[in-house]
Design a protein around this ligand. Structure first.
Ligand SMILES: [Fe+2]
Length: 152
């Protein structure tokens, strides 16, 4: 089980609340396994993790664009790779390998990677946003070009 603690706090309330939710969702997968729930239940929990991660990455990417974060493309590439990994943790795979192997794969490819991503790329992004937060908000027409209509 993963525990959220202050060493994971980026200082951005939206991002931090998403990270807490994501860690809880990953824990739900291992918890479902511990309780002996079947493949179907684990697959459903994995679907939630997957959907939530996509929503969270989109929110981070909007913030990065909004604040003109210079490391945007590197950060986005990481998100894209992470989403690609998640796609490979498919329902078919759950049925092909043992549940134990599947859970180890989830922990290794999602849980552990997520923690190092939070402490690395996400910390740098949140610090940058914090340093910019009092600067004027980008012009509406610029945001419209990027299809961002409201402040996240
Ligand atoms: Fe991120």
């Amino acid at each position: 089980m993963y525990e959220w603690d202050s060493s994971l706090e980026t200082g951005n309330d939206v991002i931090d609340s998403h990270h807490k939710e994501l860690i809880a969702a990953i824990n739900n997968i291992t918890e479902a396994h511990r309780q002996g729930k079947g493949r179907d239940e684990i697959a459903k929990t994995m679907d939630f993790v997957s959907d939530y991660t996509v929503m969270h990455f989109t929110a981070e990417e909007k913030l990065m664009v909004q604040y003109n974060f210079p490391e945007f493309s590197v950060h986005k590439r990481y998100h894209d790779e992470f989403k690609e990994t998640m796609k490979n943790l498919t329902r078919r795979l759950i049925n092909e390998v043992s549940i134990d192997d599947y859970i180890s794969l989830v922990i290794f490819t999602l849980g552990d990677r997520l923690f190092s991503h939070i402490k690395g790329e996400d910390f740098r992004m949140a610090a940058f946003i914090k340093s910019r937060v009092n600067e004027p908000f980008p012009k509406t027409e610029v945001l419209e070009k990027l299809q961002i209509t409201e402040k996240c």
